[in-house]
Design a protein around this ligand. Structure first.
Ligand code: SF4
Length: 274
């Protein structure tokens, strides 16, 4: 699948099926800009429950996000042991927080709300620890602009669904998503793909049998076909007699047993006295 219209139609089908399976996903207004970005960074290849736990511990174990900014990545990673790639994410958090702090000398990031969509995007693209995905997230979550961040989860699920193009980089994938997805469905598309990624389309072991979009997924079809044929092989192997053993004769059925018992009774001499 390579043409824009084919990919868009495929994405639309996946969106509809996921919405039916998972329900509507709504973007809640962001109370705190820094917390929103922190959550976004932790979310990548992690499940919602472990991220919720980590966010709770951040507010319990640190005085505020300024303390997070000046902490060592190892200390930050310790409060989120369940979150995948904890040290790597902790290091990114300190870089992003320090980058923003150094540019505006504050940890109150409301200045971002006064920027236009293009300005927000450029700010995060250039930021240390930022990049095009975080820039798209900032546009989507903070400025109300149109963006679909192609993070690791979105890229993985779309690639398995056959909706990416070989050799496509993140910027091109994001650009495709922004053209193919309607403005009012940007957040929902991203959130639904995340639900798929964290529930069944796991990085190492996709649970294709339980996947709501398995009928439209080439990778899922391949995985399920391999499992089916492996299951058939195991069954036929079990049915074969072990090497060197004679195949056992089938046991007589109950009906056969009964009739042979009746026959031997008839054949036996009667013990009754005449
Ligand atoms: S069928 Fe499998 S590989 Fe395809 S999207 Fe679902 S879980 Fe991922």
């Amino acid at each position: 699948m390579s043409s824009f219209s084919e990919r868009s139609a495929g994405l639309r089908k996946v969106y509809r099926a996921l919405r039916k399976a998972c329900g509507k996903q709504s973007l809640e207004p962001a109370d705190d800009v820094a917390h929103e970005l922190l959550r976004f960074i932790l979310m990548e290849e992690a499940d919602q429950t472990s991220v919720d736990k980590a966010m709770k511990r951040f507010s319990q174990d640190f005085v505020d996000l300024n303390e997070v900014r000046v902490s060592f990545p190892r200390e930050i990673a310790e409060v989120m042991p369940e979150v995948s790639h904890a040290e790597q994410k902790a290091s990114r958090v300190t870089r992003v927080f320090n980058g923003i702090f150094l540019s505006h000398n504050t940890m109150t990031w409301d200045f971002l709300r006064t920027m236009g969509v293009r300005e927000v995007r450029q700010f995060f693209e250039k930021l240390d620890g930022g990049g095009e995905v975080l820039a798209a997230a900032a546009v989507l979550l903070l400025s109300g602009g149109h963006a679909v961040p192609a993070d690791a989860d979105v890229t993985r699920t779309l690639s398995r669904l056959g909706l990416t193009v070989e050799g496509e980089d993140t910027a091109s994938l994001q650009s495709f998503l922004e053209r193919a997805v309607a403005r009012n469905e940007g957040y929902e598309t991203w959130a639904l793909l995340h639900r798929l990624a964290e529930s069944v389309c796991l990085p190492d072991k996709p649970q294709c049998a339980k996947c709501p979009v398995r009928t439209m997924c080439p990778t899922g079809a391949e995985i399920l076909a391999v499992k089916k044929s492996a299951g058939r092989t195991v069954k036929s192997e079990r049915a074969k007699p072990a090497a060197g053993k004679k195949p056992q004769r089938a046991k007589k059925t109950t009906a056969k047993k009964k009739s042979s018992a009746a026959a031997s009774k008839r054949a036996a001499p009667s013990k009754r006295k005449k």
